[in-house]
Design a protein. Structure first.
Length: 297
């Protein structure tokens, strides 16, 4: 049986790890939050005392961490995991981080003879729970094939974007567009409601018209329009404002490094930064509609 070390059991990592257990993999897990580890142990995993303990004898190491500094901190340096992971193990980093950080860690792994892919995900917490995530992979095609049996237990779509770091570039581009689209959808709904329209009726119209998009159809930001989405649960859970802000920041960094124009991406970044600064950082990113409604009143 393939032995998997899974490090990082947040809103995304925990259900991903549970789906691997359901898929028949043996997991040893670690997270700084003891309650998260306990949840996985109840699901059939074994608990590690530390990240280093988790990777002992692992065939595959999977990380799902918040940001570039966490990924670099876990893997690099004299006490980093790259010095402790078995030589034939495969490393899969599912975090969304800067492409340069992904390449840096991948180079260090290669220098130690370790195979590594960056495999950020799209699909949100709902996709993580359902096992329908999209994996966007950067790295060698042969390493992706090694990872595929595990990725297929956690996701529905698997794309090979290119060499190391390419998965991160594609994910950042996608999430920049997601932030722009959500802000635009919120603005359109707020405009319609301010002028007397029913938000549910307007959403149905847009969903069948040229403005249709993922936010309007599957993740509507207006409260009461759609069931089982964060907007109908006080914007709890889901993909946090601060996480969207982080990804928009990564897009800005990538744009600077290549002198790319992302005018709408920067505008979306400013909107989410303003929303976060008003105490909404932990709410789902669809709560941006509250900022727009407030500003239009």
């Amino acid at each position: 049986m393939t032995r998997v070390a899974f490090i990082g059991l947040g809103n995304m990592g925990a259900p991903m790890a549970l789906n691997l257990i359901k898929g028949g993999f043996s997991l040893k897990v670690f997270d700084l939050v003891a309650e998260s580890v306990a949840q996985l142990v109840a699901g059939g995993a074994s608990a590690a005392k530390s990240a280093s303990d988790a990777v002992i004898d692992a065939d595959v190491v999977i990380t799902m961490l918040p940001a570039s500094k966490h990924v670099e901190g876990v893997y690099l340096g004299a006490e980093g995991l790259l010095a402790k992971i078995p030589s034939k193990a495969l490393i899969i980093d599912c975090s969304t981080i800067a492409a340069d950080s992904a390449r840096k860690v991948a180079r260090a792994a290669s220098e130690r003879g370790l195979a590594m892919i960056d495999a950020p995900v799209s699909g949100g917490t709902g996709g993580a729970l359902a096992g329908t995530l999209t994996f966007i992979v950067g790295g060698e095609a042969t390493d992706l094939e090694r990872a595929r049996p595990l990725l297929e237990k956690m996701g529905k779509n698997i794309f090979h974007a290119g060499a190391a770091g390419a998965g991160q570039v594609a994910k950042i581009a996608n999430n920049m567009l997601l932030g722009i689209t959500m802000a635009g959808t919120a603005e359109a709904l707020a405009l319609g409601v301010a002028n007397g329209l029913d938000p549910k009726v307007l959403s149905e119209i847009i969903a069948k018209s040229s403005g249709r998009n993922w936010a309007i159809e599957l993740y509507n930001p207006w409260p009461g329009v759609m069931e089982n989405v964060p907007s109908s649960k006080g914007y709890a859970g889901g993909f946090g404002v601060d996480l969207m802000l982080k990804d928009l920041g990564l897009a800005a960094e990538a744009a600077v490094s290549t002198q790319s124009v992302i005018a709408l991406g920067e505008l979306a970044r400013n909107l989410f930064a303003m929303h976060s600064s008003q105490g909404s950082g932990k709410l789902d990113f669809s709560s941006i509609v509250n900022l727009i409604k407030r500003d239009s009143q």
